[in-house]
Design a protein around this ligand. Structure first.
Ligand SMILES: Nc1ncnc2c1ncn2[C@@H]1O[C@H](COP(=O)(O)OP(=O)(O)OP(=O)(O)O)[C@@H](O)[C@H]1O
Ligand code: SF4
Ligand SMILES: [Mg+2]
Length: 328
């Protein structure tokens, strides 16, 4: 069994005004934000999740972290089922680093107070070792120990993000989920943070889930990439293979829409146009059909499954593997 196993996970939200629905004597609409996502990750592996805004990346991360309930499917870590109520020791093993560290850091506390409080509340080390552990955490995220006395608002964006990472590491997780962790940072500060996450992964054997709408960022840190579209995984491949030879028209369009990353547009191929349809009103058949330059009759009738030559080479398009033998 894999270390982290996400199996057919679906997350739904009830949306719109409950009052308006009540007046009309209808049930409020239900939006499926994550729709049957499955993948496995090993210890020390880095999985990138990429897709346009609203495709369900953060909701998937929150479901894995236990911050939103799973409507169906299952998640397990190291053989332990996570879908139900998690005990605190199990919850600690998956931590998230958010986009904007300022909003998740208490401005009135110094870095040391913040880290000490976490270590104390979660009983991570004996009290007489808390100060030493704070220094170790600062070393891990490559921040000067003198910054333990500083308050986050006096720090730079990059330093604050490092404090956010130290906070997550304080709980000694096995899985670290970085959700748009460098999106708010200046480009010059992004690479050092990505390098830090990569070296922490190696040093601590962390499973890293890296979420971004930025293909270049995901490419830089991930062994494998899952492309999401309207709640579903549409392509799941080893990173180098996916960037050299994308198989799903949506992945191709995402790459074509980001020419600065050196991916040339194929002749006659259009870049990504328009917006995804509402998840409340999906088209029949393939959900990418309204935007797909290759859509054919079968695409309207049948939703393609996520299949491919192996478990880690999958794409959800009727024509993705026309030139290959498919095993599943
Ligand atoms: N708490 C919630 N209640 C209702 N709908 C929600 C909730 N959280 C997310 N959604 C909806 O679920 C869908 C997926 O949202 P999610 O935030 O997971 O997307 P995302 O891929 O992380 O987008 P972004 O790149 O903008 O962060 C969206 O349609 C969003 O509006
Ligand atoms: S199944 Fe059809 S509509 Fe969907 S991505 Fe493939 S070609 Fe396009
Ligand atoms: Mg998000």
């Amino acid at each position: 069994m894999s270390f982290l196993s996400v199996n057919d996970v679906t997350v739904r939200f009830s949306v719109g005004s409950k009052f308006a629905a009540w007046i009309k004597r209808e049930k409020p609409p239900i939006l499926t934000a994550v729709d049957g996502i499955s993948f496995d990750a090993e210890r020390g592996e880095s999985i990138g999740i990429v897709g346009e805004s609203g495709c369900g990346k953060s909701t998937l991360a929150k479901a894995i972290t236990g911050l939103v309930p799973v409507a169906s499917g299952s998640i397990s870590l190291d053989g332990e089922e996570l879908s139900g109520k998690r005990d605190p020791a199990l919850r600690r093993r998956i931590q998230m680093v958010f986009q904007d560290p300022s909003s998740s850091l208490n401005p009135s506390l110094t870095v040391e107070q913040m880290l000490s409080e976490l270590l104390r509340v979660h009983n991570i080390v004996p009290r007489d070792q808390i100060a030493d552990r704070c220094v170790e955490l600062m070393d891990l995220v490559k921040l000067r120990t003198s910054l333990l006395e500083a308050r986050p608002r006096r720090m730079s964006g990059g330093q604050r993000q490092r404090v956010g990472i130290a906070r997550a590491l304080a709980l000694e997780p096995d899985v670290l989920i970085a959700d748009e962790s460098v999106a708010a940072l200046d480009v010059s500060v992004q690479a050092p943070i990505l390098n830090l996450l990569n070296s922490l992964r190696e040093e601590l054997d962390l499973t890293l889930m890296f979420i971004s709408h930025d293909l270049a960022v995901v490419r830089y840190v991930s062994d494998r990439v899952i492309v999401m579209y309207l709640g579903r995984a549409v392509e799941d491949r080893p990173t180098s293979e996916m960037f050299e030879d994308p198989r799903h028209p949506y992945t191709k369009a995402l790459m074509a829409a980001a020419p600065k990353f050196g991916v040339k547009k194929a002749p006659g191929e259009s870049a990504l146009k328009g917006e995804p349809p509402s998840a409340l009103n999906l088209p029949s058949g393939c959900r990418f059909r309204p935007r797909c330059p290759l859509a054919a009759e079968i695409c309207e009738q049948t939703e393609p499954g996520l299949t491919g030559p192996s478990e880690v080479q999958r794409a959800a398009c009727h024509f993705a593997w026309e030139d290959e033998e498919i095993s599943s």
